[in-house]
Design a protein around this ligand. Structure first.
Ligand SMILES: Cc1cc2nc3c(=O)[nH]c(=O)nc-3n(C[C@H](O)[C@H](O)[C@H](O)COP(=O)(O)O)c2cc1C
Length: 171
């Protein structure tokens, strides 16, 4: 079994893709990885949309400048209705749950030898207009994914990390 840190360090935001087709079984495995993610009180208040048709892919390209030449897209939505809400402060955990799911999927993508970038900059309102089934969801992530282009490289920001001392305080 590989060390988790190997996978975590291998991941970077890939912004250039090859046009090599992604087998359906790999997409199925991505969805399977999402399905086993933990969610608060196991409510699983999320939905994934595989944007598979030519029309769906074209719509994605219209709602964001960040499709990076990819030919495969998945959208992640969080649904407040049915999600766990903490009684002390009425905090709804739907988006947190969906972000855990999205992170599972993102790491699975790299474990399968594929690449992606978590894209938040897209016109969610426009996407919902075109796909009414997304209406009741907060669209928290768009993943353009596929095989990385041969000359794809991490952006300089990839290695700019706060130190452990800055990030973690021992109390
Ligand atoms: C919630 C979230 C939203 C993001 N949105 C975008 C985006 O819209 N466009 C983009 O190019 N990168 C986006 N990123 C990627 C980040 O810029 C990237 O993760 C960060 O710069 C660190 O680089 P690395 O992923 O290569 O380690 C997003 C990442 C996260 C977690």
């Amino acid at each position: 079994m590989k060390n988790f840190m190997d996978l975590a360090e291998k991941r970077y935001s890939c912004r250039k893709f090859s046009n090599k087709p992604v087998p359906q079984e790999l997409v199925d495995q991505m969805i399977a990885a999402a399905a086993v993610a933990p969610t608060a009180v196991n409510t699983q208040p999320f939905k994934l949309w595989v944007m598979a048709s030519d029309e769906a892919k074209e719509t994605i390209r219209q709602v964001t400048d960040y499709s990076f030449g990819a030919n495969n897209f998945i959208v992640v939505g969080a649904r407040k209705e049915g999600a766990w809400t903490r009684s002390f402060d009425h905090h709804c955990f739907a988006e947190i749950d969906a972000a855990i799911v999205a992170t599972h999927m993102m790491l699975q993508i790299y474990d399968l030898g594929l690449a992606t970038t978590w894209v938040g900059y897209f016109n969610a309102a426009e996407l919902k207009k075109r796909y009414p089934q997304m209406k009741d969801y907060e669209l928290i992530a768009l993943f353009p994914f596929g095989y990385a282009a041969e000359d794809a490289v991490p952006a300089p920001a990839h290695t700019k990390r706060k130190t452990s001392e800055e990030l973690a305080e021992i109390l």
